[in-house]
Ligand binder design. Structure first.
Ligand code: UDP
Length: 247
């Protein structure tokens, strides 16, 4: 697997890579039976990792840290960095599902509400008939971590998608990833809500204008406070970058 150039934003690494880099690494990781972990990096997760060591460690240890937010691209540009392309977590998951469909792989979904993960699993099975949805566990289960890991391993999953939101999904994977025999792992936030049809992705115009985050913040009162995190993130990142230059 290639080593990518890394850019640090507020001391969190982001890899300079494209979707096709990820896909060729996924192919290689199955050939060589190694592990590949895709972690979404966005302004909210970067701010969280200042206080949460597990989140920071998980991102540090992941093989592919994707720039899953326009805030990352902007800060990189303003600090003359190299992250020029957004690699959305949702798009990455869709590409992985397509890969699984082509190569008849087995996937496991862990997270979201019981009816959401079930619907998402059904929709995925319909859209990608050649992959196997080998198992699903909702994100509010009372099962112990040991039992969850056991179910994933018994299902012989090749790819595991974890949808517990941040920081739970990062904490869970950091703790359990080495116990799971699958090859590919991705933290997918609220993607199952979209795949289930329960939540809609932002209208095309918001996506085109890179304002998906704004749409999601306005349309979900629980996310509204995130609007105010953005200027904090930008100021802190630029300040951090300036200080690095002085050493
Ligand atoms: N979630 C879960 N268990 C929990 C908390 C959240 O499975 O204990 C799920 C929730 O149902 C949703 C996803 O995690 O499907 C995270 O959604 P959110 O929009 O908060 O995360 P983001 O997309 O911002 O990472």
């Amino acid at each position: 697997m290639r080593n990518y150039e890394v850019e640090k934003i507020l001391d969190v690494p982001v890899d300079i890579l494209t979707m096709s880099d990820i896909l060729s690494d996924v192919e290689e990781c199955f050939k060589e039976n190694t592990k590949l972990t895709i972690a979404s990096v966005n302004p909210q997760i970067i701010l969280m990792s200042e206080q949460n060591k597990a989140v920071k460690d998980f991102i540090g240890q992941s093989t592919h840290r994707i720039a899953d937010g326009i805030g990352i691209i902007k800060v990189s540009r303003w600090t003359k960095g190299k992250v020029t392309e957004r690699v959305a977590g949702f798009d990455t998951m869709e590409e992985l599902l397509r890969f699984c469909n082509t190569h008849k792989k087995r996937i496991f979904l862990y997270g979201a509400k019981p009816e959401v993960v079930k619907l998402a699993g059904e929709n995925i099975a319909t859209t990608y008939p050649n992959l196997e949805v080998a198992g699903m566990i909702d994100g509010y289960t009372k099962l112990s971590d040991d039992k969850i890991v056991e179910q994933i391993n018994e299902a012989q999953a090749d790819m595991v998608f974890v949808a517990l939101g941040s920081p739970k999904q990062e904490e869970w994977l950091k703790k359990n990833i080495n116990l799971i025999s699958a090859n590919v792992f991705q933290t997918i936030g609220g993607s199952l809500d979209v795949l289930s049809g329960t939540a809609k992705r932002a209208p095309e115009i918001f996506i085109t204008l890179n304002l998906e985050w704004l749409y999601r913040s306005i349309s979900n009162p629980k996310r509204f406070y995130r609007i105010f995190q953005l200027p904090v993130f930008v100021l802190k990142s630029i300040n951090w970058h300036r200080k690095q230059g002085k050493h």
